[in-house]
Design a protein around this ligand. Structure first.
Ligand SMILES: Cc1cc2nc3c(=O)[nH]c(=O)nc-3n(C[C@H](O)[C@H](O)[C@H](O)COP(=O)(O)O)c2cc1C
Length: 208
């Protein structure tokens, strides 16, 4: 009897924790009306943001464009070398840090810490952005971790970064790709392992 009670309590606790730590996003709208060439015309780095929040709907639209699934076989909006799909995308905002899980269209909470200032570092003006996206290359997904896989990882991050740039414009948002960030803090708060390299980040928000 004691064993059953313990099992039930553990199950209840785990499901409670899961409910708390996973945010299901609204289904992404895939119909931002701006023509591609207009988005290309308007793409520009922005480093001054309003503190205005981004809705979960708009965030979902942006994350899908960045590295969401766009085909029935699970392939992505961004190409990856040999379809390795080694890119991990993290969402950092005031209420903590999350990993985007494209197949569930959800955010899995990894930390309650607001790491936006740690990502902004000395570049204070970008710290007002309500969301920072961090693009991580997970080299462990490659059979061999050599110079070629590092090169592929960096190239693949670039595609995701450009998707974020262009989708941000189409969604009325602003961003800048940034290499600067406190990698040590991110490693700790995102639980990154060896071989998982934060390559670039994007403050995203509304232009001041
Ligand atoms: C790989 C890479 C790293 C960058 N790192 C930073 C950065 O740390 N901080 C920053 O303000 N801008 C950064 N940028 C943005 C560039 O400074 C910017 O793209 C460049 O000045 C051209 O301006 P534009 O994006 O408006 O065309 C980076 C861009 C790239 C592609």
């Amino acid at each position: 009897m004691k064993k059953i009670t313990l099992l039930l309590a553990t199950t209840a606790l785990c499901s409670g924790l899961f409910a708390q730590t996973t945010v299901k996003l609204p289904a992404p709208r895939k119909d931002a009306a701006m023509p591609l060439y207009q988005a290309l015309q308007q793409r520009a780095s922005v480093r001054d943001f309003q503190t205005k929040e981004i809705s979960d709907q708009t965030l979902s639209d942006l994350l899908w464009a960045a590295v969401g699934i766009n085909r029935e076989d699970g392939r992505l909006t961004a190409p990856t070398a040999m379809n390795t799909q080694e890119i991990r995308l993290y969402v950092c905002r005031a209420d903590g840090a999350y990993e985007y899980v494209a197949k569930d269209n959800s955010l899995v909470k990894l930390s309650a810490k607001d790491v936006r200032k740690d990502i902004a570092g000395g570049q204070g003006s970008v710290a007002d952005a309500p969301v920072f996206l961090v693009i991580v290359s997970d080299l462990n997904k490659y059979r061999r971790q050599d110079e070629m896989s590092k090169r592929f990882g960096a190239i693949d991050c670039g595609y995701v970064s450009q998707n974020i740039c262009l989708a941000s414009v189409a969604l009325g948002l602003a961003t800048v790709p940034r290499a600067g960030m406190d990698e040590e803090v991110l490693r700790k708060e995102l639980g990154l392992q060896d071989g998982q390299i934060p390559m670039i980040n994007h403050p995203v928000g509304y232009k001041k």
